[in-house]
Ligand binder design. Sequence first.
Ligand SMILES: [Zn+2]
Length: 248
Amino acid sequence: MCLSLIGWFNLDSFINERKLLFFGRICNLPQRAISFRILVRRLFELQYFNQQNINCASDFSKDCVDLFYIHHLSDYLTKFMTSETFPSQRIWKRIVYRSIFEYELKEWQQRISIDNDLNIFQKIFKIFHPHPAWTVVLDFPYLRKQANYIVSLCCSVHNTNSDIILCDKCGKHFSDPCIQEISSCDYLSNIRDEFWCELLCIKPINFSAFLGSLADEEFCYLLLSGETEFDLNCEQKKLFKFLCVIRY
Ligand SMILES: [Zn+2]
């Protein structure tokens, strides 16, 4: 789950990607090349003999054949076995990157949708790409600490059995400390007012009205995600992301 916040795949996927690319490289070698001939022979052995009879504790060809099936690429393998034709290295790269990405995305979506603890994370982070806070840090490295804090807030497991807690600063009841601090606690209203002044500087007044109309919970998640679907231009989006990070 957390790797998605920096736009990384699992290590397994990275290794599988390398294996498939290397497989493609061998398939594109001239037919007289030894590696090519060994690979073709191994593929025929795997196809026509019982796999258990083949002595292969760790077998590159077998791993690759499994990967072709897992990533729905078996048509390319069948075509290679029947006619020895295979996509060129450039096209194969694109095919592998796309299929690995689709596979990882599906796995990631399944992982976060089956676990109740992650339902807040799901609301904050809908797309598999580096969290906007990290892209802000590329331009403003001194905000690294703040970015780190936001990302850790996104990953924190929230209390889902809704125990009500009393705030000792303002006397309000709350169930989610994150929402309480960001959008609700009266004790922090001065800081919140300053932040609103900064948000107003983004310019379109209807954007401020849109933010103002959000419920506490929605507003909190929007700030944590650092992204909005509201129609802002590129500069305004950048400023919004920056403000979301710097306020921590
Ligand atoms: Zn309070």
